[in-house]
Design a protein around this ligand. Structure first.
Ligand code: ZN
Ligand code: ZN
Length: 344
């Protein structure tokens, strides 16, 4: 089979690998659609992702859907020919966090296509992918493979909404209009936020947010930003999602949150960011974190299949499998790009 193997920064080679065989509890999928995540772009651009440095060449990719082509022993509830999306989290299932349902925090977590473990785990950018049966979520009829490959980042957005305690009737601020910020916008509106305002320095991100239903947009670099924000939410926002992973954005979220409000940190910040902790204290804000996701994959499938969440506009472009290098170049250009996918 064909597999794209990352050998180092900007060095993604199309190689031949043997087709894997499904063992007990596993299924073999023919890859149908896969998305490029921000973390994939980091590996592609820098050869590493933050502290995660691959110890050998590996296959990237963790946002994917496919068709079941082979079942291992002791696999129930799945059939050859079935369309599935894959939840890429493989926690230990035994530790205290796993048993309490917070498996996204499992210290033994293995994600697909990640150098968080040594050696790195293989990802999905290959013709066939071996997946534990329990990670496969069957897709309803009419559910496109490309939507299936969006379920992982959509789950990150839905988890962030749940971590906030819910957004129904709330005035919501989202700092950062990248892929996750835009997905939080869509999910927040679906879950009944009374209004959503998105802050991003890039005009195309603001434009996209307005098209998706944001009541207003803000430029975090403009001096007028705090004053403009109060037009949309006098007294401040009930809930703010910090999806930029930027110090400026985190500061503004604290500044613009209503007294007694909630801030959810979704974006990855540099260590040592200075925040106005006394504002946080005197406004009695709840500053909560949201890491990956847990227990929302099925819920997101429902949101999409019921038509309540239209995800089609989030897909910027779909490349054929063999053009993955071109897809990475577009995904890393940052130029008006939300989600870039490949189809196979
Ligand atoms: Zn991802
Ligand atoms: Zn665990």
């Amino acid at each position: 089979m064909r597999a794209f193997v990352l050998h180092g920064a900007k060095d993604l080679k199309l190689e031949q690998r043997p087709v894997p065989v499904a063992g007990p509890g596993e299924v073999l999928l023919k890859l149908r659609a896969a998305g490029i995540c921000g973390s994939d772009v980091h590996y592609y651009t820098h050869g590493r992702c933050g502290n995660f440095v691959p110890t050998r060449p590996f296959i990237l990719g963790h946002e994917f859907s496919g068709e079941v082509v082979q079942l291992g022993d002791r696999v129930n509830g799945l059939a050859v020919g079935q369309a599935v999306a894959v939840d890429p989290s493989r926690p230990c299932s035994r530790c205290k966090l796993c048993r309490s349902g917070r498996y996204n925090l499992c210290p033994q977590m293995v994600y697909f296509g990640s150098a968080s473990v040594i050696p790195p785990s293989e990802g999905c950018f290959s013709d066939y992918v071996l997946v534990p049966a329990g990670n496969c979520a069957p897709l309803p009829d009419g559910f496109k493979y490309s939507w299936g490959a969006l379920l992982e980042p959509l789950s990150v957005a839905a988890h962030a909404i749940h971590r906030s305690g819910g957004v129904a009737g709330k005035r919501v601020l989202i700092t950062g209009g990248g892929t996750i910020g835009q997905m939080i916008l869509k999910v927040a509106l679906t879950y009944g936020a009374s209004c959503v305002v998105v802050s991003d320095p890039m005009p195309h991100a603001r434009e996209f947010a307005l098209k998706s239903g944001a009541i207003g947009v803000l430029d975090p670099m403009a001096d007028t930003m705090p004053a403009e924000a109060t037009n949309w939410a006098p007294g401040g926002f009930d809930t703010a999602f910090e999806a930029a992973g930027a110090a400026v954005a985190a500061n503004q979220a604290i500044q613009l949150a209503a007294t007694g409000g909630t801030i959810v940190q979704v974006g990855t910040l540099e260590d040592g960011v200075a925040l106005p902790m006394n504002r946080l204290l005197t406004k009695e804000l709840q500053y909560v974190a949201s890491w990956r996701f847990a227990n929302v994959f099925q819920e997101v499938i429902q949101l999409v299949s019921s038509g309540r969440l239209n995800v089609e506009p989030l897909i910027t472009r779909i490349y054929p499998f063999e053009k993955l290098n071109e897809a990475f170049i577009q995904a890393s250009s940052g130029n008006g790009v939300l989600k870039v996918q490949i189809s196979n």
